[in-house]
Design a binder for this molecule. Structure first.
Ligand code: MG
Length: 395
């Protein structure tokens, strides 16, 4: 097994994001005395209510199905760990990577993707719902804890990393609200760039943002196998169809002889993770060199640079397909998914027909549908279930 590549770039690299040259916050603030801009962003995220709620939000398994399954919180921590390890070798900014990784899922609804699909369905006639765009809404406006502004007033670079994809309609909306007449404050504070612009200009985000995106995929592929085996929904022997897992499993069995299924799974997943981390470092270093990347502006104008090799991309796709067929579409998961969709849809109907059931802040908002969507999106699994029992289940 490869020991992994050696660092090839100065640290920090010239193409890394530099907190001293941040494109700034939407509302001017004096710098913090002991922390740089990205460290401050990370700390604001850790102290936010939406971050704390992630511990009670579903990743794949519902929060109450078992104490050892991943939640959105542990998933986010694993993404941060992977992304930081890679960032260190590539000379990227670790603080920024950590801030983006910890915040990347704060817009998720209760009950994982089932919740998002149901809420998007409910909001179809009212602008839709997209968890990634919602993560930006959370840090930009829904967190309400500072006297001077709504939201967490994060740096441009952290916000850019959180918004990993965006429809052109939403991108245009961001440009209009951040740079348009509606945002005099932003203009006063000379924020000249919107996080929506790059989607309209077809440019790439920073390498730190690109890295968090790929680390997200590496993290959930690995922990969903682990949780899948632990739950009994995936038979470890069926994973022989997945070369990325099976090659390492055979290696582990050759090396250690008889081990418990749990230890085989742990050691195999550990090696699988390392191989993907090394592959990303190697492939990204090659892409940076081939594209003659020297500055952050070069990064933005190039093709996406943080990547897997062709072989690893294929293997990762095979693994994803396996998980889709054997875990996400497992009848037991589909059952709970359908139940969760019903809960979200019922709650949406209950609050839109009777807004007084929501806290006053949400009742008073001008757009009722968006207020209901924000309220539901912020709920933990168990709060949503309790509200459902209170409002929608006939006694
Ligand atoms: Mg994620």
């Amino acid at each position: 097994m490869s020991k992994g590549p050696k660092p090839a770039f100065a640290n920090p690299a010239l193409f890394a994001c530099d907190p001293q040259h941040s494109k700034g916050r939407r509302f001017d603030e004096p710098p913090a005395p002991t922390r740089n801009a990205f460290q401050r962003d990370r700390d604001r995220i850790v102290h936010s209510t939406s971050f704390r709620r992630l511990v009670y939000k579903t990743q794949v398994f519902l929060n109450h199905e078992g104490d050892l399954f991943r939640t959105r919180m542990t998933h986010s921590l694993e993404v941060a760990q992977l992304a930081r390890s890679i960032a260190r070798v590539l000379g990227l900014n670790e603080d920024l990577v950590e801030a983006i990784a910890l915040a990347h899922d704060v817009g998720h609804t209760p009950f994982g993707h089932a919740g998002q699909d149901a809420l998007n369905g409910c909001m179809e006639q009212h602008g839709g719902f997209e968890h990634n765009f919602q993560s930006l809404r959370v840090v930009d406006s829904l967190e309400s804890r500072y006297p001077q502004f709504e939201g967490l007033n994060l740096s441009f670079e952290t916000r850019e990393g959180i918004l990993k994809h965006c429809s052109l309609r939403n991108a245009q909306y961001l440009v209009d609200t951040e740079l348009g007449a509606g945002s005099q404050k932003a203009i006063q504070n000379s924020v000249l760039v919107s996080v929506g612009s790059r989607f309209l200009d077809r440019k790439q985000p920073s390498l730190e943002a690109q890295l968090c995106n790929l680390a997200d995929e590496v993290a959930y592929n690995a922990h969903d196998i682990d949780d899948g085996i632990r739950s009994g929904l995936i038979d470890i022997n069926k994973l022989s169809a997945v070369p990325l897992f099976d090659n390492f499993r055979l290696e582990v069995e050759r090396e250690f002889g008889s081990l418990s299924t749990r230890k085989i799974a742990y050691e195999t997943i550990r090696r699988m993770l390392s191989a993907q981390v090394y592959d990303i470092i190697d492939s990204t270093q090659v892409a940076i060199a081939e594209n003659k990347i020297e500055t952050l502006e070069d990064v933005r104008s190039a093709r996406p640079l943080v990547c897997f090799s062709v072989t690893m991309r294929d293997q990762s796709t095979q693994l994803k397909r396996f998980l889709f067929q054997n875990l996400y579409r497992h009848p037991q998961v589909v059952d709970t998914t359908n139940w969760a969709k019903g809960v979200v849809t019922d709650l949406f109907n209950a609050y839109t027909s009777n807004p007084k059931e929501m806290p006053t802040y949400y009742q008073s908002r001008t757009n009722l549908f968006r207020a209901v969507s924000d309220y539901i999106a912020g709920m933990t699994d168990r709060f949503a279930s309790a509200e459902h029992a209170r409002l929608c289940v006939q006694r």
